[in-house]
Design a protein around this ligand. Structure first.
Ligand code: PLP
Length: 371
C-alpha cells in the first residue's frame, strides 16, 4: 500500500501533460515561460487574490515575502514550533529570530491567545516583533479571524504558511488568501504538487507584489543586470507550471475524494485514537490525516501493527522545532510548549490521497482497532 499514490493521478493527466511538455520543449522557454504566466493567473483566480507569483519552492515562497518586507537582524517573527522546519528556517535565513507560540489543543494550529505573551517575550529580549507566520498544518487553515485581530493589536503582519493548506477554506475563503501574504508549496507530495520543486505566493498588495517579483529574480530593477536589492534565484520552471495547470483541472474533485477518505477514517477510528478536529465553517485539504494515540507506547504499538500488515505510516513531527539542535541557540527547553510536545509524542499519520480505496481504509482501520 502507498502512503501517497501519485500513479493513479499521473495516469489521469498524462496525455494532456505530455502534449504540454512537448510544446514547452519545442518552444524553448524552459524557465518562467508562458505556462508560468498562465498558471499564476489561474492560481490567483482560484485562491481569490489580486496577485500570484509562482516560485522555486515553498521555502522560497516564505522567504521572498520576508526579504521583500525587509525582515532583518533584530526583528522577531512569531510562529509555531509544531511545523516543518522550513517555516522557522526562513526567519533565520532573513537574519531575524523565530519566537515560538504553542498550538491549540484541538487543531494542531497556532493558539491566537498565546501570541500576546510571545510578543512581550520578544520585546523583553530586545527584539522588534514584526510578523506572524501561522501554519495551516496537515491541511487545516489556522484561526485567521482571531489571528488577524491579535496581529493588528500587536502591529504584526501575517504571512500564511499554506504549504500544506492549499485547497482548505474558512467560511468559503481559500487558504493562501489570509493575512498580508500567503505562501504554498508544490512539492510532489502536497495535495497540489508538481513533478519537482515549486511554490507560489499570494497577495492583494500591489506594491508588495512588485518588491517580491524583484526579490524572486536576484533583486532585479529595470532589467536583469540592474540589481536594486538583494534577492535570490526563486524562478519557477515552465514544465512544472504545466504540471500544476493539468493538476488544477482535477483538484476540486480530488479534494472531495480526500474529504470522503478522511470522513471514513474518522467514523471508524473515533474512540480508539483522537481523530483530527475540523471546526465549524472550516474545510481541510487533508494534506495529512494525522491522529493522536493514547501515549508514545500506544503509538509505537499501532505503527508496528500497521508495518506488520504492510501499511505505511509516518510521524509529523517527532521533534518540535524549539527542541531541534539547529535551534539550540534560542535557549528553549523541554516543557516550554507543552501542547506541541505532547502532540510530538503521540501523533502519527495514515495513508492519505484521493485514490485510497474503501477496502484499503477498512483494512487500515481494522489493524488499528485490532491492535
Ligand atoms: C508547513 C510547511 N512549510 C514549508 C514547507 C516548505 O516547502 P518546500 O518543501 O516546497 O520548500 C513545507 C514543505 O514540506 C511545509 O510542510
Amino acid at each position: 500500500m502507498q502512503f501517497i499514490d501519485l500513479v493513479t493521478q499521473k495516469n489521469r493527466i498524462r496525455e494532456n501533460l505530455m502534449q504540454r511538455i512537448e510544446s514547452i520543449i519545442d518552444g524553448g522557454q524552459y524557465v518562467m515561460g508562458p505556462e508560468m504566466v498562465e498558471v499564476e493567473k489561474r492560481l490567483a483566480d482560484y485562491v481569490g487574490t489580486r496577485h500570484c507569483l509562482s516560485c522555486s519552492s515553498g521555502t522560497d515562497a516564505l522567504l521572498i515575502p520576508l526579504m521583500a518586507k525587509g525582515i532583518s537582524p533584530g526583528d522577531a517573527v512569531l510562529t509555531t514550533p509544531f511545523t516543518f522546519v522550513a517555516t522557522a528556517e526562513v526567519i533565520s535565513l532573513a537574519g531575524a529570530t523565530p519566537v515560538f507560540v504553542d498550538v491549540l489543543p484541538g487543531t494542531f494550529n497556532i493558539d491566537p491567545d498565546k501570541v500576546g505573551a510571545a510578543v512581550a517575550e520578544a520585546r523583553s529580549k530586545g527584539l522588534n516583533p514584526k510578523a506572524l507566520i501561522p501554519v495551516d498544518l496537515f491541511g487545516l487553515p489556522a484561526e485567521y479571524d482571531r489571528l488577524e485581530q491579535v496581529a493588528a493589536e500587536h502591529g504584526l503582519w501575517i504571512l500564511e504558511d499554506a504549504a500544506q493548506g492549499f485547497g482548505g477554506t474558512v467560511g468559503g475563503r481559500k487558504a493562501g488568501s489570509f493575512g498580508l501574504v500567503g505562501a504554498t508549496s508544490f512539492f510532489p507530495a502536497k495535495p497540489l504538487g508538481c513533478y519537482g520543486d515549486g511554490g507560489a505566493i499570494f497577495t492583494d498588495d500591489d506594491e508588495l507584489v512588485e518588491l517580491m517579483r524583484s526579490v524572486r529574480v536576484h533583486g532585479g530593477g529595470e532589467d536583469r543586470y540592474n540589481n536594486v536589492r538583494i534577492g535570490l534565484n526563486g524562478r519557477f520552471d515552465t514544465i512544472q507550471a504545466a504540471v500544476i495547470l493539468e493538476k488544477l483541472t482535477i483538484f476540486d474533485e480530488e479534494l472531495d475524494l480526500r474529504q470522503k477518505a478522511a470522513d471514513a477514517y474518522s467514523a471508524r477510528l473515533k474512540g480508539r485514537v483522537e481523530v483530527p478536529e475540523v471546526p465549524e465553517g472550516y474545510t481541510s485539504c487533508w494534506a495529512q490525516y494525522s491522529v493522536l494515540a493514547a501515549s508514545t507506547d500506544d503509538r509505537a504499538k499501532l505503527m508496528a501493527a500497521l508495518k506488520e500488515a504492510g501499511i505505511p505510516s509516518a510521524i509529523y513531527y517527532p521533534i518540535p522545532l524549539h527542541l531541534q539542535k539547529a535551534y539550540e541557540n534560542l535557549g528553549y527547553k523541554p516543557g516550554d510548549f507543552p501542547i506541541t510536545e505532547d502532540f510530538s509524542a503521540r501523533v502519527f499519520a495514515l495513508p492519505m490521497h484521493p485514490y485510497l480505496k474503501e477496502d484499503e481504509i477498512e483494512q487500515i482501520c481494522g489493524v488499528i482497532l485490532g491492535a
